[in-house]
Design a binder for this molecule. Structure first.
Ligand code: UD1
Ligand code: CA
Length: 452
């Protein structure tokens, strides 16, 4: 059965106290909205419709940047959740299948949970709602069940009787129904309630009036966690990280201090990778099997191949491609550079816009001078080349295979295969001069203190 997902993302989120629309605040380097879109992708949704309102242009851009096939619709006035879903009516007019409604500010709904909802639909429920047992039901809508355990209706806290308020089974907001039925039912929703809003929750009572059976599926409360404030955002980050660390360990990653490792939403880590203390991943990082990421390293937009060793204290920036068994050591920054397999950059270097050949050795303090203030230029270093400590490579420049640079060189011209480039002042030794100079200075100081 085809499935479409409608993501509600029109609300302002005033409690964030932000100029940024709420759904664009990030957890694990991805906007909340992207987390909801990933949930939709996890069940292979055939169509994703995002309902925008506050900050609409920015929200639409984030949605289509992530998935260019996302359909954007606009809700000009926020008149309630049913009114929000109604904005997707035209975008789904030709769609035959189920529709699942998600919230853009609820990032943690799992694939398994959405599959459970679709299965309940397959088993004959007309409308399926995702509920959870709330520790503090306070403001949530309550799921009222009939004596057979079917879902009878949903009542919003504001409109609930004292008996209904005693119910702890709450509405997450996630709801699923056949497309045609959902939009038919929405037509019948009115705003005769305390909030004068068009409630999506009314679909359940309306379906029951038409003898359509409705069902509640439940999940853990943590999955339905919504973000309304900066405090919630930090809690969501913590929830994400806890889950990501567990997943990494379950997939074969060793982490001596998992609570200090921070993943991004899309970090990929292979088997038998070791990630030491205080490692931080930005977006778009892949670490292949057997690699070792040592303490206090920061990685983003990079690829680390099998058995490479990174850090401690290394920084891999976007475009860093580290080959198998290569080493990037302490206080080394690599950006937009290919470091071929077996190459070593062990200490205190900046390597940017470069290609480092296989088994090359880059000495301590080597700098690629890649930027002239306007343009970026490339440095190419051949296989097995040996770059002496404290070499400045003024790009564009190329060093051949098996070539060397003398330490302290400022290299401005290419060096051929097997050549030694020496580009530093020649050393001159003045016999005994150091001693004579020191004696003279000490004598001058002694004369000075006698005068005073
Ligand atoms: C809603 C549910 C409630 C449930 C709770 C779970 C209704 C009537 N109530 O209440 O049963 O327990 O979520 O968090 O559905 N939105 C729009 N346009 C609108 C209104 C809302 O896009 O016109 C979006 C909001 O940005 C938000 C989501 O829909 O992401 C939920 O809206 P919100 O106002 O937070 O609903 P609640 O009152 O919390
Ligand atoms: Ca809410």
């Amino acid at each position: 059965m085809p499935v479409a997902v409608v993501i509600l993302a029109a609300g302002q989120g005033s409690r964030m106290k932000s100029d940024l629309p709420k759904v664009l605040h990030k957890v694990a380097h991805a906007p909340l909205l992207v987390h909801a879109m990933r949930a939709a992708q996890s069940i292979e949704a055939d169509r994703i419709v995002v309902v925008t309102g506050h900050g609409g242009a920015a929200v639409a851009k984030a949605a289509t940047d992530y998935d260019e096939s996302a359909v954007i619709v606009t809700q000009d006035e926020q008149l309630g959740t049913a009114h929000a879903v109604d904005q997707a009516r035209d975008a789904l007019a030709d769609f035959g299948g189920d529709v699942i409604v998600l919230y853009g500010d609820t990032p943690f709904i799992r694939e398994e949970t959405l599959q459970d909802m679709l299965s309940a639909r397959q088993s004959g429920a007309g409308v399926v709602v995702l509920g959870f047992d709330a520790a503090e039901p306070a403001k949530y809508g309550r799921l009222v069940l009939d004596e057979k355990g079917g879902l009878e209706r949903i009542v919003e806290a504001k409109d609930a009787s004292p008996e209904e308020l005693a119910i702890t089974l709450c509405n997450s907001g996630v709801i699923c129904a056949d497309r045609a039925i959902m939009f038919d039912l929405i037509k019948a929703v009115d705003n005769n309630n305390k909030s004068e809003e068009y409630y999506l929750t009314d679909l359940v009572g309306l379906a029951r009036n038409k003898d359509l059976p409705c069902a509640a599926i439940t999940c853990h409360e943590a999955e339905t966690l919504g973000v309304n404030s900066r405090v919630d955002l930090a809690a969501a980050e913590a929830t994400f990280q806890t889950r990501a660390r567990l997943e990494a360990m379950e997939n074969g990653t060793t982490m001596p201090a998992p609570e200090t490792v921070h993943f991004a939403y899309d970090t990929y880590v292979g088997r038998d990778v070791v990630i030491e203390q205080n490692v931080v991943f930005g977006p778009d990082v892949t670490v292949e099997s057997g690699a070792h990421i040592r303490a206090f390293s920061h990685l983003e937009g990079c690829h680390v191949s099998e058995a490479a060793v990174i850090g401690p204290y290394a920084r891999l920036r976007p475009g860093a491609e580290i080959g198998g068994g290569a080493k990037v050591g302490n206080f080394v920054e690599v950006k937009a550079a290919l470091v071929a397999s077996g190459a070593k950059i062990n200490h205190l270097s900046y390597v940017g816009d470069a290609e480092i050949g296989e088994d090359a050795n880059i000495g301590a303090g080597t700098i690629t001078c890649n930027y002239d203030g306007v343009f970026k230029h490339k440095t190419v270093i051949g296989a097995r080349a040996f770059i002496g400590s404290n070499t400045a490579l003024v790009a564009p420049v190329a060093i051949g295979d098996d070539a060397m640079t003398a330490s302290g060189s400022v290299v401005t011209q290419d060096a051929g295969e097997g050549d030694l480039a020496i580009a530093r002042a020649k050393q001159v030794n003045k016999t005994g001069l150091a001693l004579r100079l020191m004696n003279k200075l000490r004598a001058a100081k002694a004369a000075q203190s006698k005068d005073n």
